[in-house]
Design a protein around this ligand. Structure first.
Ligand SMILES: [Zn+2]
Length: 417
């Protein structure tokens, strides 16, 4: 039994975790179709039990549907308007440079982990991608917790990660371009919980497999079966397990299989002349995943441009589904206006936004383009291994957000009867 701890409050939310291991899993890029396909083939027996005996539904993710944005929301419990991370990248107009937001110094809100650790829980955060570790580790290591990435598992040291010799716990450091990169995360969480080194965990995987495979591909069915096995280990340890995703995933192709890209910077230069800067906030160091092509873009217009005319021209392009001013998008999507362009553009289920043809290496996408960033990747799985209380069940059936998951896992679990 986990010792009783005091409830804690972070960013206006109160968390009163049960005296059980609490684990939240963020399956990166896990559209609900992946769970459906695996369940239909009997490949996820543990999830099947949860779906019948606990809760399985959907939640609304945070726009833009990217990894950093949603992971930052999940670990803080607030939208980007509050925590500040509205993309992997933003254009700093004052400095005149494009800045990658993979560091805690861009975070404007605390994560819930230092408070959980200080309340007496043993917190461990494991992520596949190193780019997220710094954000997750913010304030946690000093408080006595653990945070490391599978990608750099062998480099983890006590002073900065709260743990060392990770490979002896979770196995050899995997390639980031593999399914194992994600399974390693879950296995590490299981081992830490088993050893009594952690009782409050956040496990965040990578979407390499979802970028590469449609839900019914044999490789990804094996991948989900491996995930389910680790979920089973967590359940055996008596853990409350919450599962959600940062975003879904869709094929962004024409029927002939070629990538369906709207090259916004080229289109705008052709119509209005030079000076437009299109920021693609999906951009990160892992180009093999998506070639920096997603369904969301920020457009910075040159001085003197007619914003209304530019917006009208963008709206008329095939594949475009939404065009907003900065003010409208900040309100509708709860984004931080000071880290946005003048115009926000979203594309459809089968379309992505690019800058110019020369900017993107489409060769890296051999085998087809699957990506995310827009509305069609917004609804994601929301799973809790236990019966919910009537109050939380009602919330789950309203406009529940993926970043409500920690609150649900801590406060929403009905007592066994
Ligand atoms: Zn992705």
């Amino acid at each position: 039994m986990i010792p009783a701890t005091e409830p804690f409050v972070v960013n206006g939310r109160r968390y009163a975790p049960p005296r059980r291991i609490v684990t939240v899993v963020c399956l990166d890029g896990s559209a609900d179709e992946y769970l459906d396909a695996a369940l239909a083939r009997g490949r996820m027996p543990n999830l099947q039990r949860i779906a019948a005996g606990g809760y399985r539904g959907m939640a609304r993710a945070q726009m833009p549907t990217f990894t950093n944005v949603n992971n930052s929301s999940i670990v803080t419990g607030v939208p980007p308007a509050v925590h500040g991370i509205g993309g992997n990248f933003f254009y700093d107009t004052a400095a005149g440079e494009e800045v990658m937001m993979n560091s805690a110094r861009f975070l404007r809100a605390e994560t819930l982990f230092p408070a959980a650790q200080k309340s007496g829980r043993k917190v461990a955060v494991v992520t596949a991608k190193e780019k997220l570790r710094d954000i997750f580790a913010s304030g946690l290591i000093e408080a006595g917790g653990i945070a490391f990435s599978s990608e750099k598992a062998r480099e983890a040291v006590l002073a900065t990660h709260g743990i060392e010799h990770v490979e002896s716990v979770a196995g050899t450091t995997p390639s980031i371009y593999s399914g194992e990169a994600s399974i390693h995360v879950l296995r590490a969480g299981v081992r830490l919980a088993e050893a009594g080194r952690a009782d409050f965990l956040y496990l965040s995987t990578t979407d390499y497999m979802q970028h590469k495979h449609a839900p019914e591909d044999p490789e990804i069915l094996d991948f989900y079966a491996a995930i389910d096995l680790e979920v089973g280990h967590l359940l055996k340890l008596g853990a409350v397990v919450g599962i959600t995703a940062d975003h879904g995933m869709n094929a962004k192709q024409r029927p002939d299989g070629s990538p369906n890209v709207v090259f916004l910077e080229s289109e705008l230069a052709e119509r209005f002349g030079p000076g437009f800067r299109v920021i693609l906030p999906i951009t990160d160091p892992y180009v093999v995943h998506h070639g920096a092509l997603g369904s969301f873009a920020q457009v910075h217009v040159p001085d003197g441009a007619d914003v209304a005319a530019v917006m009208k021209a963008i709206s008329a392009l095939p594949g475009i589904t939404e065009v907003h001013t900065r003010e409208a998008a900040a309100r509708l999507m709860e984004l931080p206006p000071d880290r946005m362009g003048d115009i926000v553009v979203v594309s459809g289920r089968d379309a992505v936004l690019g800058r110019t043809p020369a900017y993107h290496d489409l060769k890296a996408l051999a085998g087809g383009l699957r990506s995310h960033g827009g509305r069609y990747e917004e609804m994601v799985p929301f799973v809790i291994s236990e019966h919910l209380t009537p109050q939380y069940l009602a919330r789950a059936r309203s406009d529940v957000r993926n970043f409500d998951i920690f609150e649900f896992a801590c406060n929403g679990v009905a007592r066994k009867h």
